[in-house]
Design a protein around this ligand. Structure first.
Ligand SMILES: [Zn+2]
Ligand SMILES: [Zn+2]
Length: 122
């Protein structure tokens, strides 16, 4: 069981499964959306994901036509994204996880935009 929340705590979620992979993405969209050096995400089965509190605070932003980035409208924490053309999958923002274990990153996307100062030890 995985639990998580946004920064202000208005949004609480749980995932009735385990996180099996974690991915770092260095693309410009992730950097802008997270305000950080990378996005840290995991693709999850949407049917096992549940907002247990604060669904009214979720806001969706479409920077591109098919991809929604979903965040807390109170504190702006990014929670997950999903694609309209990829049913049943969400990509959870792993920094919002507060209970349960997250595996070390196994994949990196857009490494050509990875800052030189980051070096993941394998
Ligand atoms: Zn919040
Ligand atoms: Zn990205």
């Amino acid at each position: 069981m995985i639990k998580g929340q946004c920064l202000c705590g208005a949004i609480q979620y749980e995932y009735l499964g385990e996180i099996e992979q974690s991915i770092l993405c260095y693309c410009q969209h992730c950097k802008l959306a997270q305000g950080s050096v990378a996005g840290w995400n995991s693709p999850l089965d949407q049917s096992k994901f549940r907002i247990v509190q604060g669904i009214k605070y979720l806001k969706e932003y479409f920077h591109t036509e098919h991809k929604a980035r979903v965040f807390c409208m109170e504190c702006a924490s990014p929670i997950y994204s999903y694609r309209k053309d990829l049913a049943g999958v969400i990509r959870l923002r792993l920094g919002t996880v507060t209970e349960g274990s997250i595996p070390a990153p196994t994949e990196e996307f857009f490494t050509e935009q990875k800052p030189d100062f980051l070096d993941i030890k394998k």
